[in-house]
Ligand binder design. Structure first.
Ligand code: 13P
Ligand code: SF4
Length: 327
């Protein structure tokens, strides 16, 4: 935060620090109206940001909303690839992200030059990429998917067609098990979902035999094999609302527990334990870079803005639109 503010100072965007008495929630709501702005937030954001957002959802929902909104400014409370996707599918809008350093280990695990070389080795394969990748990877992709629709996207492709799936190897393995297809996998992964400790999850489940274990498909196979239910963030939310258990051990980013508790206040949600002994749950450090203060500053100064090369956006758009047209 400090260095971001210093950068704003040095570039002349900020003349004073945020006054202590300012009610940031009120100020952000005022800025929404003044600037005809909407806040799109992912479930992994800090609670205050989830609560002040206009549209809160998973990656698929947010991409659909980004395409539809008529506001002048989209404030993307999520990570860089999400804000980039919003800009690509709605390029006339100003898209801002509270902290430009909010990246993604999964997107970073797929450098475009290396992926282009990998793709060249499989000239007959079409490319399906998880939305958690850079605009450059989307430009090398035939059809994008999210964790909500990945099975449907793979099933929409003729059986005899070979498919490269990138960048998440864990989601890729899960898709192989669900579709029976022989996908060619890029070996990327998400640090947050790979941090879960299988042994600790088993021990915790023994301690809470009444709790169902539910997991996001970015988790490792061993963890997924142990799960009662596997789904995207919105899938997990639907499951805990409709299922009859009273408690759940949840293997995805801990920010989701806020919305789970809202939707099912009488139920108990326990974050799945991670390998690291210094923390109890898995949090995405990139998602958590966005704070209410940065959200306020970003709306006030309309910075940092997502700016992309026109031709890159044009190349990347088709793969996202193909996914959105599947419904
Ligand atoms: P979904 O929103 O598709 O569940 O993806 C989770 C995620 O890792 C976002 O970064
Ligand atoms: Fe990327 Fe994983 Fe964070 Fe999602 S949770 S933004 S996939 S690092």
């Amino acid at each position: 935060m400090k260095s971001e503010i210093q950068a704003l100072f040095s570039r002349g965007y900020l003349d004073k620090p945020i006054p202590k008495h300012l009610n940031l929630v009120d100020e952000i709501n005022k800025l929404k109206k003044e600037k005809n702005a909407v806040i799109l937030a992912h479930y992994y954001q800090v609670e205050e940001i989830q609560d002040i957002s206009d549209y809160l959802g998973d990656s698929l929902y947010l991409a659909k909303m980004a395409e539809k909104v008529s506001a002048d400014m989209i404030v993307f409370a999520g990570v860089h690839f999400m804000a980039e996707t919003a800009k690509i599918i709605n390029p006339t809008k100003k898209v801002v992200l509270p902290d430009l350093k909010a990246g993604c280990s999964l997107a970073d695990s797929c450098p475009p030059d290396q992926f282009a070389a990998f793709k060249a080795k499989h000239p007959d394969a079409i490319v399906v990429s998880y939305i958690n990748c850079s605009a450059e990877i989307k430009a090398l992709t035939d059809i994008v998917c999210t964790s909500s629709n990945a099975v449907d996207v793979i099933n929409s492709i003729p059986k005899e067609q070979s498919i490269i799936f990138a960048p998440d190897k864990n989601l890729g393995r899960y898709l192989i098990s669900q579709t029976g297809r022989d996908l060619i996998l890029w070996e990327g992964s998400c640090i947050v979902h790979e941090a879960f400790s299988f042994d600790k999850i088993v021990a915790l489940s023994r301690k809470h035999p009444e709790a169902k274990f539910i997991a996001h498909p970015e988790s490792e196979s061993q963890v997924l094999d142990f799960a009662h239910y596997i789904g995207s963030t919105s899938g997990l939310l639907q499951f805990i609302e409709s299922d009859n258990a009273e408690s759940y051990i949840v293997a995805t980013e801990a920010g989701i527990l806020h919305e789970m508790q809202k939707r099912a206040p009488h139920k108990t949600f326990i974050p799945a334990p991670v390998n690291d002994d210094t923390c109890a749950c898995s949090e995405c450090a990139f998602m958590k870079l966005n704070t209410l203060e940065k959200l306020y500053l970003c709306m006030k100064y309309e910075l940092p803005e997502i700016e992309l090369d026109e031709s890159l956006m044009n190349d990347a758009r088709a793969s996202i639109q193909r996914m959105l047209s599947l419904g």
